[in-house]
Design a protein around this ligand. Structure first.
Ligand SMILES: Cc1ncc(COP(=O)(O)O)c(C=O)c1O
Length: 365
């Protein structure tokens, strides 16, 4: 009736490699899966008055700009010790928005091979030439930069994540800064999984290392530790002005409504104060690291802990076994990650107890 048979082939291919995806409802298992690291969403900490408007009625360039969104952008810029910030509807939009318009045809983008899909999609929309470097491999990055230097026609952008979404590992930010200075390149860093978690006030990896003045742009998302929705690009006033003029995922979409922005404001009041929650997360990380498991765990100092099982089928089976014990742990399968790197992504939260974590780990032992 819908004339949709042409969709079947690729879906069958997905089933054949055991990577068919279905939407799963949360059935009340203990959460070791969500990105709500600090429990802000779980504990409903962002209640605000219901007098805020629920629709913005237009793009930021038309009816969708209003006093509160500008006020919150100023608060965020101040918190992140930068000149300006620009709110996007999501982290996906922010990455698309900056990468599609800032690097020009004569420019080059060098990005970490394991960068998030929103980074890759943004790069795909750009006219600049793009090259990946091996994951977190600064020698490979430098080799690339040396090659580019020889035939340089424009600007060079280095793009990566401060905490990688699928393995929790941090990027070597000090070396990235050194290389960006040596080769006069611009750093664009996605802090989606660092914000709220790294730094005494959850300010993210770059500010924590006092390197914020060395980074051209930071992408900060609100949908993870901050417990709400949307994202922001922080950088110079000139960058903001450029994005307002050229960034299509900002221009051609309805802006976030007042209600969503007031929630973001509330999160910026709350998450810096959650020091005890960040401390508890570190206790959980220590417990996990001290447990001897018959699997390789990636060296992550963050809430995301990747246990490499290998193979879609084996990884799925292990996830089911853990879920049957009452813990919500999800398998991350090929093609989301490389073959043989299929993994369980165990996400730790401030609301998980040490005992719950130990029980979960027992299933793996
Ligand atoms: C590293 C990274 N960047 C960007 C995004 C996209 O953010 P959002 O969920 O706000 O679209 C995600 C989330 O999946 C992510 O993990």
């Amino acid at each position: 009736m819908y004339n949709d048979n042409f969709l079947a082939t690729q879906l069958i291919e997905r089933q054949e490699i055991n990577a068919f995806r279905q939407l799963q409802k949360n059935i009340g298992l203990i959460d070791f899966c969500s990105n709500d690291y600090l429990g802000i969403a779980t504990n409903n900490l962002l209640h605000i008055s219901n007098t805020y408007k629920t629709g913005s009625s237009g793009s930021r360039l038309l009816a969708g700009n209003y006093a509160l969104i500008e006020e919150v952008e100023n608060i965020i810029a101040q918190f992140h010790k930068t000149d300006a910030s620009l709110i996007y509807n999501s982290g996906y939009d922010a990455n698309l928005g900056i990468l599609s318009c800032v690097p020009q045809e004569k420019d080059c983008i060098v990005y970490d091979f394991l960068s998030h899909t929103s980074i890759r999609d943004g790069i795909a929309l750009s006219k600049a030439k793009a090259f990946s470097f091996l994951h977190n491999d600064m020698n490979d990055l430098e080799r690339r930069l040396q090659q580019l230097q020889l035939h340089r026609t424009g600007e060079i952008f280095i793009v990566t994540e401060s905490v990688f979404s699928m393995d929790g590992v941090c990027c070597p930010i000090e070396i990235l800064v050194t290389l960006s200075e040596k080769y006069n390149a611009h750093l664009i860093i996605d802090e989606a999984h660092a914000i709220g978690i790294i730094g005494d006030r959850g300010e993210g990896l770059i500010q924590h290392k006092t390197l914020h003045e060395k980074v051209f742009a930071r992408i900060i998302t609100f949908g993870k530790a901050l417990g709400c929705h949307g994202a922001v690009i922080v950088g110079s006033q000139q960058l903001k002005s450029y994005l307002v003029n050229f960034s299509r995922s900002l221009q051609y979409t309805t802006a976030l409504p007042e209600h969503a922005v007031a929630v973001i404001q509330k999160s910026y009041e709350i998450f810096p104060t959650l020091g005890a929650e960040r401390l508890h997360l570190h206790t959980l990380i220590e417990v996990l690291k001290k447990t001897m498991l018959p699997y390789n765990i990636l060296p992550s100092p963050t809430a995301i802990q990747a246990v490499i099982i290998g193979g879609n089928t084996a990884t799925k089976q292990m996830a089911i076994k853990i879920q049957q014990q009452g813990f919500d742990v999800r398998p991350i399968l090929y093609p989301t990650v490389q073959k043989e790197k299929e993994r369980l992504r165990i996400v730790l939260h401030s609301f998980n107890t040490v005992q719950q974590l130990k029980q979960l780990l027992q299933v793996l032992e």
